[in-house]
Design a protein around this ligand. Structure first.
Ligand SMILES: C[S@@+](CC[C@H](N)C(=O)[O-])C[C@H]1O[C@@H](n2cnc3c(N)ncnc32)[C@H](O)[C@@H]1O
Length: 215
């Protein structure tokens, strides 16, 4: 299932290459980075890991970048990765994605990349997404990926992987995510397939929060 290439960022300091530089993982991040380059305002990357997203997206003049992750070692790696790529000014915070230390509506763009895939249940995934939706301002965007639960090959691969039991992998169906978004005042404005369009491995989803005047 090797579908991709490592992006054109300096990744020499990335310790856990398997976790961060796999084909789907890298492609998801690259597509999100392209969306981020067009953004402005406060951008919050939840589960930012070693900040490869910020390294790849570059500095954007109108962006205030905040990354949150629960793993202090990854946040240290993030600082080194950003420095290696000439990116500065991002604010990195240690915290829990399920208890975000930000007020409602604090960010124009909220991202969650390559993270839902490892949550063990739909309930947890929905809880996490709902928390992110809170932090997104009206009219703002939530950008996240799902591994495609309608792809039978991927489902088989994840089922086999889960038998080994070291950590869980989980795919999600776009239709269910669409319903979740709609129920929380978000509309999916883009669902970009990663891999073949007719049998995507993943989707990078961009959902817009209903502006206040529409409420
Ligand atoms: C596979 S990595 C993806 C990192 C990054 N988003 C990327 O695409 O390169 C998943 C990240 O989520 C973080 N994470 C998982 N659960 C978390 C939680 N409850 N709170 C904060 N961070 C969490 C992990 O520490 C890890 O850095």
């Amino acid at each position: 299932m090797d579908i991709g290439r490592i992006p054109s960022v300096n990744v020499s300091r990335v310790a856990r290459r398997g976790a961060f530089l796999g084909g789907i993982t890298s492609q998801v991040r690259s597509r999100a980075a392209a969306l981020l380059r067009q953004a402005s305002g406060t951008v919050l990357d939840v589960g930012c890991g070693n900040a490869l997203l910020f390294a790849e997206a570059g500095e954007g003049a109108d962006l205030r970048r905040v990354g949150l992750d629960g793993d202090p070692a990854l946040l240290r790696e993030a600082r080194a990765v950003m420095a290696d790529n000439g990116v500065s000014g991002a604010h990195l915070v240690r915290g829990d994605a399920f208890r975000l230390p930000f007020r409602a509506g604090a960010a124009e763009v909220v991202l969650l990349l390559n993270t839902l895939v490892n949550l063990p249940s739909d309930d947890l995934a929905e809880r996490l997404l709902r928390g992110l939706m809170e932090v997104c301002r009206p009219g703002g965007r939530l950008i996240f990926d799902i591994r495609n639960g309608s792809n039978p090959l991927l489902r088989l691969r994840y089922a086999l992987h889960n038998l080994r039991g070291d950590f869980s992998t989980r795919a999600h169906r776009l239709a269910r995510i669409r319903r979740l978004c709609a129920a929380n005042g978000f509309e999916i404005v883009r669902a970009e397939p990663v891999g073949l369009r007719w049998m995507a491995w993943a989707y990078v989803v961009e959902a817009q929060k209903r502006p206040l005047c529409d409420a």
